[in-house]
Design a protein around this ligand. Structure first.
Ligand SMILES: O=C(O)[C@H](CS(=O)(=O)O)OP(=O)(O)O
Ligand SMILES: [Mg+2]
Length: 231
């Protein structure tokens, strides 16, 4: 099976059709994966803080998580942090997630089918899921090219890893966590002068293939509903 690969970012992903994998390693889709690992049943992905809060009102008992400028949001239940979720029990829960880069990429990928979200913790499972579908082409959306001065290499590294797995290779995993640590957000999360960006989240974000599920996003009643698919 030969798969063609394409790249997009949050400004160009609206043109992508066919299989699309939206990547956010630091931190949206690492955090989402930790929510599923803690038992969450689904995550509704949105663009704005207002949409997130309105959905929590519409779905009582749901939790809102995310960030603005990387920081916790007043009125949200959780920040955009895997460390906030680790070790907790959210069996059957519905989450709503709003982030500055990751969820924007999903919302803007309007021509994608199928649509997946990914990060290093679910990369292996994502590749297994996509290989089962045998698409002709897969577009990787590198959401980390945001703000514009960031090159998004933490997400590009994950795209490279996914492409190698999809090609049937067994890539040496060693360089990938280092690329995440060397990326612009990676350096911030490792800097003790920025305790608001916890270093432990960097450790979680670089834990390759930690989970055995892919994260499939489907459109339902005007909502973007993400759920784990075990492969
Ligand atoms: O919370 C994060 O790690 C980032 C913040 S920002 O994009 O660098 O402002 O958000 P994410 O959407 O998870 O990349
Ligand atoms: Mg990011």
């Amino acid at each position: 099976m030969t798969i063609q690969f394409a790249r997009a970012d949050n400004d160009t992903c609206g043109d992508a059709t066919g299989a699309v994998v939206v990547i956010d390693v630091i931190r949206a889709f690492t955090t989402a994966a930790f929510a599923f690992a803690a038992g969450a049943a689904e995550i509704l992905l949105v663009s704005t803080v207002e949409e997130a809060l309105a959905l929590r009102d519409r779905f009582p008992g749901s939790y809102v998580m995310g960030e603005v400028d990387g920081l916790p949001v007043k009125g949200f239940d959780f920040s955009n942090s895997p460390g906030d979720l680790f070790g907790r029990d959210f069996q059957g829960a519905r989450f709503i997630q709003r982030t500055s880069a990751g969820t924007q990429g999903v919302v803007r990928s309007i021509g994608a089918e199928p649509l997946l979200a990914s990060s290093f913790v679910v990369a292996g499972a994502t590749a297994r899921f996509v290989r089962q579908l045998a698409p002709e082409c897969v577009t990787f959306v590198v959401t980390g090219i945001y703000p514009p001065e960031r090159d998004g290499d933490e997400d590009a590294a994950c795209a490279d890893y996914l492409a190698a797995l999809l090609a049937g290779d067994a890539p040496d995993p060693t360089p990938f966590p280092q690329r995440v640590r060397n990326s612009a957000p990676g350096l911030i999360f490792a800097d003790p002068a920025h305790p608001e960006f916890p270093a432990i989240d960097l450790g979680y974000a670089t834990d390759l293939d930690r989970f055995d599920f892919a994260m499939l996003v489907e459109r339902r009643d005007g909502l973007l509903v993400m759920r784990p698919v075990r492969v």
